[in-house]
Design a protein around this ligand. Structure first.
Ligand code: NI
Length: 188
């Protein structure tokens, strides 16, 4: 397992639309998936998309259980991932097949440090995806899980939550990045 470098906004690689994985090829991506999970836990995130590591494959991982002592060691069995992390979700080629209701939540993102803002999302969704063994599953998600799924699937399409916040918030953050860059430039 490798700690993957998480790209930071405004890196253009975050804007690349990721490609689906052939079902027969999922098994060849197991070590990548493990590294994504490992990186998500290490970075203390609740979700990570392969796009955030500069990998253009439609894979997301999620774990909403923010435990203090996360068990980040896990092994892989014959047909599935053996893990102590029962809340871990691995979704390959995830697709939203149903959406309903509205909710607003203050989001953050490992690719956009020091920025949080309200985003409107669907309250309830159904996601169709493949697990690490290549089995199709459909998962119903509400509330925070629904929000996390939508946020991560957006990453696979090159969409960031900062695109969905108020223009004022976005321009303030962009200005702060410019200022930071200037200061770094001046110091070097
Ligand atoms: Ni994110």
């Amino acid at each position: 397992m490798e700690f993957l470098n998480i790209l930071k906004y405004p890196d253009p690689k975050l804007r690349v639309k990721a490609s689906p994985i052939e079902i027969s090829d999922i098994k060849n991506n197991v070590s990548l998936i493990k590294s994504l999970v490992y990186t998500m836990y290490k970075a203390d995130g609740i979700g990570l998309a392969a796009t955030q590591a500069g990998i253009n494959k439609r894979i997301i991982v999620l774990d909403l259980a923010r435990k203090k002592d996360k068990e980040i060691s896990f092994s892989l069995g014959e047909d599935n991932i053996i893990t102590a992390n029962k809340d871990l979700i691995i979704a390959v080629n995830p697709e939203i097949i149903f959406k309903e209701g509205k909710t607003t939540y203050e989001e953050g993102c490992l690719s956009i440090p020091n920025f949080n803002a309200d985003v409107d999302r669907f309250f309830e969704i159904k996601v169709r995806a493949y697990d690490i063994s290549g089995n199709e599953f459909i998962m119903e998600a509400k509330d925070l899980l629904s929000i996390a799924f939508q946020h991560e699937i957006d990453h696979l399409d090159g969409i960031l939550f900062i695109d969905k916040v108020s223009p004022l918030k976005r321009s303030l953050y962009n200005a702060s990045l410019k200022k930071k860059k200037k200061l770094e430039h001046a110091a070097s």
